[in-house]
Write a protein that binds this ligand. Structure first.
Ligand SMILES: Nc1ncnc2c1ncn2[C@@H]1O[C@H](COP(=O)(O)OP(=O)(O)O)[C@@H](O)[C@H]1O
Ligand SMILES: [Mg+2]
Length: 239
């Protein structure tokens, strides 16, 4: 089943046309990466899917149901969770309070202990305030806040940005376990190597257009695309 079907969306900031006929599809239980240079339109694509920004044309379906034109709030209630780049956790609230707040108006909240089983580090830090967490812990909390709402689809915008390589490895492993457990995820990342450890299928954006669509192996076999749009050479390790 298709969890997400995006068809020819066009998005604008005021008069500025940023997304041009973007189409993409994500199957249930699939992890898809959205890659591309800075300013390519990745965040705008996620924002449009999540209803933060309304597309001027095109259609978006979540599990078969049209969601374009709905408010971000209603889209979230239908089970789509955007974890934005800024993380947006509450720094004066504890880890546990952040999670309980996220669960509050969810249609099917998961028990908090289940979330702590996935993130043992957050269980240890449950009484710590958000502001005292490390960058990696804050990112875990941001993902945990989405997960506690039992999302059908999660959109992660640069979840590994600004984190030390050893923390990135830990988060990649964690996201890998979420994927194995059946989560459906769209991941935007500058860290191509990390993204390709998780995603088997990839879209590359350039100037608001889809420049490439294919499997991870097809991408890695296409030096033209990887060098031109991702700025990586042939020496990139195979994940
Ligand atoms: N709030 C905004 N207002 C106007 N233009 C924006 C805004 N946010 C992003 N843009 C522009 O839209 C384009 C795509 O940006 P974005 O989606 O953030 O790219 P990416 O996430 O791939 O780096 C860029 O040219 C950027 O300058
Ligand atoms: Mg971005």
């Amino acid at each position: 089943m298709s969890m997400l079907e995006v068809e020819a969306i066009n998005s604008f900031y005021g008069d500025s046309h940023v997304l041009f006929d973007i189409s993409l599809e994500v199957a249930e239980h699939e992890v898809v990466a959205l890659l591309g240079r800075n300013g390519a339109g990745k965040t705008t694509t996620l924002k449009t899917i999540a209803g933060v920004l309304s597309p001027r044309s095109g259609s978006i379906r979540l599990a078969g149901t049209p969601i374009h034109g709905l408010t971000s709030h209603l889209i979230a209630r239908r089970g789509l969770q955007l974890v934005p780049e800024e993380r947006r956790i509450f720094i004066t609230l504890t880890v546990e309070e952040n999670l309980r707040l996220a669960a509050l108006n969810a249609a099917k909240p998961r028990p908090i202990e289940e979330i702590f089983d996935i993130f043992p580090r957050l269980r240890e830090r449950r009484r710590a305030t958000g502001g005292t967490l490390s960058g990696g812990e804050q990112q875990m909390l941001a993902i945990a806040r989405a997960l506690i709402r039992s999302p059908q689809l999660m959109l992660l915008d640069e979840p590994f940005e600004g984190l030390a390589p050893v923390i990135v490895e830990e988060l990649v492993a964690l996201c890998g376990r979420l994927a194995e457990a059946g989560s459906t995820i769209v991941i935007v990342e500058q860290d191509v190597r990390a993204a390709l450890m998780l995603a088997r299928r990839v879209y590359v954006l350039n100037n608001g257009h889809v420049a490439f669509e294919g499997t991870r192996d097809e991408l890695l076999a296409d030096p033209e695309i990887t060098s031109r749009y991702l700025g990586i050479g042939l020496e990139t390790e195979e994940p």
